[in-house]
Design a binder for this molecule. Structure first.
Ligand code: PLP
Length: 362
């Protein structure tokens, strides 16, 4: 591969001594379950009182919503274009995901379309800070306050990103993070976390992930097993120290792509007063299949995020939506293309990708 989509080997080379020492220490201490030290580091970084480490980002969403008491008969509003995990988190509480179309410029949930989706059963809004850009939170928080709804932020792609100076994950009632290896802050396995200022909620989530218990063998309710393991926490604490530097590099890469590609395709735009952390760099081209084929032949990795909008994905066919109800999410589906994006891309890598895209994109 000439240019990787994500390059965890290149990243590891830059942090090997630190990461190896941190992992060795966990093994020496046999501290395999729980990661209190990373939880404290991450709460401090994000700026919330609490951080609860869990097994993965999907669990973070499910456990936050379950701990808020949502279940069968409840409706939770989320974006039509996101990774399926956002809707799965809602679905596993027993509640129903209600999809709302996205904004054509930021690709995040369109706040102007939320109120039409509210019914007497609506309990919460679950905005996703998609591709690393914060959703438009002010109108979302206003609608939530007006209708008495909770707000759970899906921050799986927005580690360290901000909205009008506020860090994503601190604006709603809870922020849910994934540390899947390919995320901006990635573990060496699966991991996730919920951040919140609500102590009661944090305690419930922690108990839910530890068999309904905070005292050994005293089970207050039926929980599950979803904790962040010690090795993941140790790796994440090391990587957290480098996150802002990596985000800055992603930002420079995006600026270079934008400058090189803006005349031939639709390049991503950042709304005012947002710190975008560029989990993904997504363009729109009219001849996507041709561009993908060409890039693949040149050994340049690319992807589609996401190929099918959730309302029309087979898993949610039962909800009875059709593509006409989501003109933006369904309209961009055949044109969106994600180019390589990570903190170890060189200017030469970026220039190569730009020149190959320019050869074929229409
Ligand atoms: C990755 C991701 C998740 C799920 O995280 P996992 O750790 O893979 O379970 C949830 N929401 C979004 C938007 C994601 O990108």
């Amino acid at each position: 591969m000439k240019v990787n989509f994500v390059d965890l080997k290149a990243q590891y080379k830059t942090i090997k001594p630190e990461v190896d020492a941190a992992i060795a220490e966990v093994i020496a201490n046999t501290a395999f379950v729980n990661s209190r030290s990373f939880e404290a580091d991450f709460a401090n970084y994000i700026g919330t009182k609490h951080c609860v480490g869990v097994g993965n980002g999907t669990d973070a969403l499910f456990m936050a919503m379950k701990s808020m008491g949502f279940g069968p008969g409840d409706e939770l509003i989320t974006a039509a274009n996101t990774f399926i995990a956002t809707a799965e988190g809602i679905g596993w509480t027993g509640a129903t995901p209600v999809f709302v179309d996205c904004d054509p410029v930021t690709y995040c949930i369109d706040p102007a379309k939320i109120e039409a989706a509210i019914t007497p059963n609506t309990k919460a809004i679950v905005p996703v800070h998609l591709y690393g850009q914060a959703a438009d939170m002010d109108p979302i928080m206003e609608i939530a306050a007006k209708h008495g709804l909770k707000v759970i932020e899906d921050c799986a792609q927005s580690h360290g990103g901000t909205y009008k100076g506020r860090v994503t994950g601190t604006i709603g009632d809870a922020g849910c993070f994934s540390f899947y290896p390919g995320k901006n802050l990635g573990a060496y396995g699966d991991a996730g976390a919920v951040v919140t200022n609500d102590e009661e909620l944090a305690t419930k989530i922690r108990k839910l992930g530890d068999h309904g218990s905070n005292v050994k063998y005293q089970h207050d309710f039926q929980g599950t097993n979803s904790r962040m393991d010690g090795i993941q926490g140790a790796v994440l604490s090391v990587k957290l120290k480098h996150l802002d530097k990596w985000s800055a590099r992603r930002n420079a890469v995006a600026a270079r792509y934008n400058a090189g590609l803006k005349d031939v395709c639709i390049v991503p735009q950042t709304a005012d007063d947002i710190k975008h952390v560029w989990h993904l760099y997504v363009i729109q081209v009219n001849n996507r299949e041709e561009v993908m084929k060409h890039l693949t032949e040149q050994d340049i990795a690319c992807g589609i995020h996401y190929p099918v909008a959730l309302p029309v994905t087979p898993a949610y066919a039962g909800l009875g939506y059709n593509a006409d109800q989501f003109p933006v999410a369904c309209g961009i589906q055949d044109n969106i293309l994600s180019l390589p994006m990570h903190g170890d891309l060189t200017d030469e890598d970026v220039d190569l990708v730009i020149s190959e895209v320019l050869k074929v994109a229409k």
